[in-house]
Design a binder for this molecule. Structure first.
Ligand code: SIN
Length: 321
C-alpha cells in the first residue's frame, strides 16, 4: 500500500505521527519505540521560559481514556534549541518533526519561534493554541477566539518560512470561523483536536483526582469528537488536516482519513504502549490489504454521509419538548 504523501512541500513517509506531549523531544522514547518506522512526531510544547508544570498527580485514567494536567512542563526555548534540537537533527532526519509552541501571550509564541527558527532538523511548527490547562492570560484559549488566534498565526507567519500547523480545540461552538481565521492568517495545516476540558473527583476524599483540579480528557472517549471536528474543518478549508484523539488501532486512523485527515497522531495510546504508533501503521496496512485499498489517498475525505448534509449547522436549534 502507498502510504507516502507530499504534504507541506515535503515527502511524508507514513501517515502516523506521535502527538505532542506523548514523546518528549523524541530522545525520551527512542529506546522503546522505532521512530524510523513512523511518519514523524510533534515535540512537547515549548514555552519561552522553562516550566516546572502542575502539581502531581498530573494524569488520571478512567474507563474510556485519561485526564491530564501537566501544565506544559518543558525546558524552555533556549535549552530546547541548544540541547533538544541537535539530537533531533542528528537522529530523526528520515521522519518529519514539528516543534509544538505554546504561550500565555501572543509575544511568547513569536519569541519562541525567533529563538528556534535558525536551528536545523525540524520541518515546522505546531502552534498549540488550545491547551486547556495553562492557557492565554486574560482571555479564552487562543483557539476559541478567532481574533486572538489570527494575531498568533500571522505573527508567526511573518517570522518563519517553515510550515505552520495550528492545533485547535474540540470545544469551539463553531469551528468554521476558527478554521477560516487560521487559514487566512497563514496556516499551512490544522491539527484537530486537543484534549477536551474535564474533571474527575475521588468520591471518598472529595478532591479532584488531578493535582491541578481540572484537566484535559483524551483517549478513546475523544475519538468521535475528533473525527467530527476533522470532518467539520474539511467543510471549511482545503488545508491538510491532522486528526488526533483516540487513535488506538489502525481502523481508528482510517476513520480520521475518511473524515478528511491526511495524517493522524497517536497520543494517549502511546502511554499505554510506547509501540502503539508503529503498530497502528502496521494495522493500517493490514486493513488496506483486506479491503483492497491501494493508496491512502483513496480514503482521505471519502467518508459517506448518507442523509447527513455537510452543511448541517453545528449548533442545532433546541426543539420544544
Ligand atoms: C499540558 O501540558 O498540560 C497539556 C498540554 C495540552 O493539552 O496542550
Amino acid at each position: 500500500m502507498e502510504l507516502r504523501q507530499t504534504l507541506f512541500g515535503v515527502d511524508v513517509p507514513a501517515p502516523v505521527l506521535l502527538a505532542a506531549g506523548t514523546c518528549g523531544f523524541g530522545e525520551e522514547v527512542a529506546g522503546v519505540t522505532d521512530l524510523g518506522r513512523i511518519g514523524g512526531l510533534v515535540t512537547k510544547s515549548v514555552t519561552l521560559e522553562p516550566r516546572e508544570g502542575n502539581p502531581a498527580p498530573r494524569v488520571a485514567e478512567f474507563d474510556a481514556g485519561m485526564l491530564n494536567s501537566i501544565g506544559l512542563a518543558n525546558p524552555g526555548a533556549h535549552r530546547v534549541r541548544d540541547e533538544k534540537l541537535p539530537w533531533i537533527r542528528d537522529h530523526l532526519s528520515e521522519i518529519r518533526v514539528f516543534v509544538s509552541v505554546a504561550g500565555h501571550r501572543v509575544e511568547e509564541y513569536l519569541e519562541v519561534v525567533e529563538i528556534l527558527d535558525g536551528s536545523e532538523g525540524f520541518l515546522g511548527y505546531e502552534l498549540n493554541l488550545s491547551c486547556p490547562n495553562d492557557t492565554r492570560l486574560g482571555g479564552l484559549p487562543f483557539a476559541l477566539d478567532p481574533e486572538a488566534l489570527t494575531e498568533v498565526v500571522a505573527g508567526v507567519r511573518a517570522r518563519t518560512e517553515r510550515p505552520i500547523v495550528v492545533k485547535l480545540a474540540p470545544n469551539a461552538p463553531d469551528l468554521a470561523p476558527i478554521v477560516q481565521a487560521a487559514e487566512a492568517a497563514g496556516a499551512d495545516g490544522l491539527t484537530l483536536v486537543n484534549t477536551l476540558p474535564g474533571l474527575a473527583f475521588d468520591p471518598v476524599s472529595r478532591r479532584p483526582l488531578l493535582g491541578a483540579g481540572a484537566g484535559g480528557m483524551s483517549g478513546p472517549a475523544l475519538r468521535s469528537v475528533g473525527v467530527h471536528a476533522v470532518w467539520r474543518a474539511s467543510q471549511s478549508t482545503s488545508l491538510p488536516l491532522i486528526g488526533v484523539g483516540g487513535v488506538v488501532r489502525g481502523e481508528d486512523a482510517v476513520q480520521y482519513f475518511l473524515a478528511g485527515a491526511s495524517l493522524v497522531q497517536v497520543g494517549t495510546a502511546s502511554f499505554w504502549d510506547p509501540r502503539s504508533a508503529p503498530r497502528v501503521l502496521t494495522e493500517i496496512r493490514g486493513f488496506a490489504r483486506r479491503n483492497r485499498v491501494a493508496s491512502i489517498t483513496e480514503w482521505i475525505g471519502a467518508g459517506q454521509f448518507g442523509g447527513l448534509r455537510p452543511e448541517t449547522p453545528e449548533v442545532e436549534a433546541v426543539v420544544d419538548g
